[in-house]
Design a protein around this ligand. Sequence first.
Ligand code: ATP
Ligand code: MG
Ligand code: MG
Length: 379
Amino acid sequence: MKVLVLGAGQLARMMALEALPLNIDVEAFDVRSDQIIHPLSQQVLGEGLQQALREADVVTAEFEHIPLSVLEPCQQSGKFFPGSTAILAGGDRRREKALLQQAEVSTAAFCLVKNRADFDAAITSLGLPLVLKSALEGYDGKGQWRIKSPEQADDVWADIAQFLKQSSKKINQGIVAEQFIPFDYEVSLVGARANDGQVKWYPLTENHHVNGVLSVSLARAQHPLQAKAEQMFNAIAEQLNYVGVLAIEFFVVGDTLLVNEIAPRVHNSGHWTQQGSDSSQFANHIRAVCGLPLGETNLQRPTLMVNILGIDQLPENLLAIPELHLHWYGKTARPGRKMGHINLSAEAPAQLKQRFAQLIKLLPAEHFPELETMLPRIA
Ligand code: ATP
Ligand code: MG
Ligand code: MG
């Protein structure tokens, strides 16, 4: 069996690692270079989407910003899961908001903005503060603007207008303006849906971002909003007749959940499942898209994940911390780039807290800001 992944980054690589013991081969299609790449050896195996599609039994994706010229032939092949509708909904915030409305799940109030008049109308109807997001190509907090007071309107609009002028030449760009949500904290739900409609969810994960990029994820056993999150997951997954792993990011406000966004793929906030659960999100994604039964998703032991951004070396003695696992992606370092992650587990929360404190001390503080703020969250 051969699975073709659209995108040749670390997510394809981690899928390949989990597919190996199942005797499933994973190849990656780099949509930028048009090359077929082996995600483990990085060897170039061939060129062109047509060849890649011919050779694959199943097609899936590791990211959502994929041009239609690639999505359409994949969809036509009849082998593509979760399929182009789901990928497009994850890649275009206008479609995403429409999907959330159809699924009748709560999300931040929003308006679509194409010009200054829409922008002013959004400020009037939604109120301030607002978060404005590019409809297309946004990730890691890129392509976002904030406005807190009416005096900032001219400056913020000048930035957005400049952005629209540049990007709309190539693509049908637009802006989604949404109410700023003063959330208590953020969680995500990662789940897998099989082709017979069976669904398994991992426990909710608490996520801490720094400068719009995920820094730490902490698996939360028996979170009071788990059942609510699962209901919202089902409503969205059923709308899409989804097959594969789906991640949903939420804002927690008191005892309510608002959906921030969805990711129609394995997700950074699910990396802890490699050590904290019986079947990881990567294993379950491969199982789901290949039509196999899903593996268990229970939290087996308290686990958290720390992202490694922009640096190409870590102190070796990190590995001396018990139940610490390093996942290194083998990429060339660039400032802020996701280079790898650390999964840390323990028998009980108190031990995890102690090990996390030990880890924080060993990490270069300038590259790992704000980690301490997660310490009190472990309970
Ligand atoms: P990702 O890398 O997760 O795909 P992204 O670029 O798609 O990120 P979002 O998840 O939409 O961006 O936003 C990034 C972060 O900004 C959120 O995790 C949250 O902390 C904050 N944020 C986004 N929208 C809002 C909002 N409406 N109110 C308050 N904070 C927000
Ligand atoms: Mg996103
Ligand atoms: Mg996000």
